[in-house]
Design a protein around this ligand. Structure first.
Ligand code: ADP
Length: 628
């Protein structure tokens, strides 16, 4: 029979598994048992509403058989099973294909490990330990059964077969031992027992195996071999065990298995309360950003259990948006098993639980910030933007919760700082918290206004993320000190005498400024002298609520074209720079030249502020003319 080919992506993944150098090959057993358990779940859920399903909870089991002579390890379940089409579709393609862009020919070890964890390669992981796999399956209620067979990337076959009962049987032919890898150990009872304890102990259905024991015969010193059916898992969910029984590694393994991550969580939060709401929560904060986190596909939510039985996979009411990165579950005896989604949204208990969880997460994050700064910064790099987004999108309602959890790079030492730390470092007289916005810390530190503020010995926060300035605008102030973008015309560093001088200079040059502004054809709202540029000639600032940085971000957003969002930009000319005299002289003597100079100055101001220019060829020609 001709072999069918795997879909391209699956074939690559399979190749990777067959030749895997991944050190935790043992996870294949967890993956297969987890599939078996899911398949039983499916049938069990169906039985709740479909009276034609006659199995009861006690009938379900997962069975392991090891045959050392044949070198096979068999995992079978009596769950929903698969039809012929399902066998082909589910095992011929990776379930989550498309979410990963395979780069051909350069799969290296770290990439492989990423894929194994991130995409839950699941069933295929069995090819790390087996050189041939047979899957016999019979869908519940179906007349016929099918066998899928494959020895790896060269394809697979599907044929009819005999199978008495519903469910799936996976038969692995275990690879020969090599120098480095003793695959045969996966056929040993002690090893299987160990792996089930480690990874699958909480599975809610019994994982059974016939195990040989040596029994002493009665009234004799002789021993006989007896086979006894043993259940290898405790079936107690991890959150129901007493904390002293559960190790950090147990939590980590549970998290990785159930929430499809390949790295340990950065923090595990366990909460058990009795009183207004009885519940146990087991929460995890991932240590890195999930690949789809900042996309529309990402859905927040916690698993919801009612006395140990899952009633919802993703209950989004339990977690606020600013903590949407938190994974985990809540088990409560106050919720009814049959509660509908609609009713749940209004459930009083759920609201109480959600409030308490938010408080708990906030306090755990604050604790991490105080006691383990390095870890917190890792967390913040992954999810900090979400906290800032939370400040912005709630119009400040979550301000008190979040403002002490956000960090910005400080001009002080280039490290991340909290607002509290900034304020503690500043003198009482300093009424502002200065910040500047740009693509990177390096670029921001080169802004003329930043240099000027630093020259006054003020600390500046460097904002590099799109959301940053929006969040600060919502906060408006921290501890009585207002936030100020140094690139706005409100920057005011001078003493009274200097201010007066500047005012006079600006007044005298009013006509000159009008001329320059008109020469620029409406590109700027205003032209003025400034004393905040240190040694630089020109720069751009803004007046009004929208800064130049915000203009750029807002215009990147969908639907921005219709809105024509524009910052009111101001061309700032250094009042102490010799260019001032030059411009005044040209205004009297050569206005054509002044027009050209205006364009060059404006282009320079844009470049200095980290912006692009619309007419580079024209500017280049003008500069060349100057050189000739
Ligand atoms: P995942 O479990 O992450 O979806 P797998 O590659 O492990 O990915 O499995 C692919 C699909 O094959 C599953 O989603 C399920 O539909 C089906 N499947 C795997 N094992 C079984 C089983 N024992 N019984 C029924 N269906 C199964």
């Amino acid at each position: 029979m001709a072999k069918k080919q795997f879909k391209t992506e699956s074939k690559k993944l399979l190749d990777m598994m067959v030749n895997s150098i991944y050190t935790h090959k043992e996870i294949f057993l967890r993956e297969l048992i987890s599939n078996a358990s899911d398949a039983i779940d499916k049938l069990y859920f169906r039985s709740l509403t479909d009276s034609s399903v006659t199995l009861t909870h006690a009938d379900y089991e997962i069975r392991i058989t090891a045959d050392k002579d044949a070198r096979t390890l068999t995992i079978s379940d009596n769950g929903c099973g698969m039809t012929k089409d399902e066998l082909e579709n589910n095992l011929g393609t990776i379930a989550k294909s498309g979410s990963f862009d395979f780069k051909t020919g350069e799969e290296n070890q770290s990439e492989e490990i990423d894929i194994i964890g991130q995409f839950g390669v699941g069933f295929y992981s069995a090819f790390m330990v087996a050189d041939n796999i047979k899957v016999l399956s019979r869908a519940y209620g179906a007349e016929e059964a099918y066998i899928w067979e494959s020895s790896g990337a060269d394809g697979y076959t599907v044929k009819t077969c005999d199978k008495e009962t519903n469910g799936t049987t996976v038969i692995l032919h275990i690879k020969d031992d090599t120098e480095d890898e003793k695959y045969g150990a996966y056929l040993e009872t002690y090893r299987i027992r160990e792996l089930i304890k480690k990874y699958s102990d909480y599975i809610r259905y019994p994982i059974r195996m016939l195990i040989e024991h040596q029994h002493k015969k009665e009234d004799s010193d002789e021993y006989e071999t007896v086979k006894e059916d043993e259940t290898l898992n405790s079936m107690i969910p991890i959150w129901k065990k007493s904390p002293s029984e559960v190790s950090d590694e147990d939590y980590n393994n549970y998290y990785k298995d159930k929430f499809g991550d390949y790295e340990n969580p950065i923090r595990v939060i366990r909460q058990k309360t009795e009183g207004t709401a009885d519940y146990t929560a087991l929460l995890f904060i991932p240590s890195h950003t999930p690949y789809d986190y900042y996309s529309r596909e990402y859905e927040k939510g916690l698993q919801l259990y009612s006395s140990g039985v899952m009633i919802m996979e993703k209950c989004k009411e339990l977690i606020p948006d600013h903590y949407s990165f938190v994974k985990g579950l809540v088990d409560s005896s106050d919720l009814s098993l049959n509660i509908s989604r609609e009713m749940l949204q209004h459930d009083r208990h759920l609201k109480i639980i959600a409030k308490a969880l938010e408080k708990k997460i906030t306090s755990e994050l604050s604790k991490m910030l105080k006691t383990d700064r390095e870890k917190y910064e890792t967390f913040f790099k992954a999810f900090g933007a979400q906290l800032k987004w939370g400040i912005y999108s709630s119009f400040g309602a979550n301000k008190d919760t979040l403002q002490d959890l956000i960090l910005f790079t400080s001009s002080n030492d280039g490290k991340l700082t909290t607002l509290r730390e900034y304020v503690e470092r500043t003198a009482e007289e300093q009424k502002k918290i200065y910040y500047a916005v740009g693509e990177s810390v390096e670029k921001i530190s080169l802004l003329p206004q930043v240099e000027a503020v630093l020259a006054h010995n003020y600390e500046v926060l460097y904002l590099t993320e799109d959301i940053d300035e929006f969040a600060l605008q919502i906060l408006r102030e921290y501890d009585g000190k207002e936030f100020l973008n140094v690139c706005t015309e409100n920057l005011d560093l001078a003493d009274d005498e200097d201010k007066e001088k500047l005012r006079e200079a600006n007044e005298e040059a009013a006509d000159l400024f009008t001329f320059i502004r008109d020469s620029l054809g409406g590109a700027v709202a205003k032209v003025q002298f400034t004393n905040t540029l240190h040694n630089h000639a020109v720069s751009l600032s803004s007046e009004g609520a929208v800064s130049v940085g915000m203009e750029q971000i807002l215009n990147k957003m969908p639907g921005a074209e219709e809105q024509h969002i524009k910052a009111e930009t101001v061309l700032e000319i250094n009042v102490d720079h010799p260019i001032r005299e030059k411009l005044i002289a040209l205004f009297e003597s050569d206005r054509d030249k002044l027009r050209d100079y205006s364009k060059i100055l404006y282009a320079q101001a844009r470049l200095v502020s980290g912006l692009t220019i619309d007419n580079p060829a024209e500017i280049s020609d003008l500069v060349c003319d100057l050189m000739l």
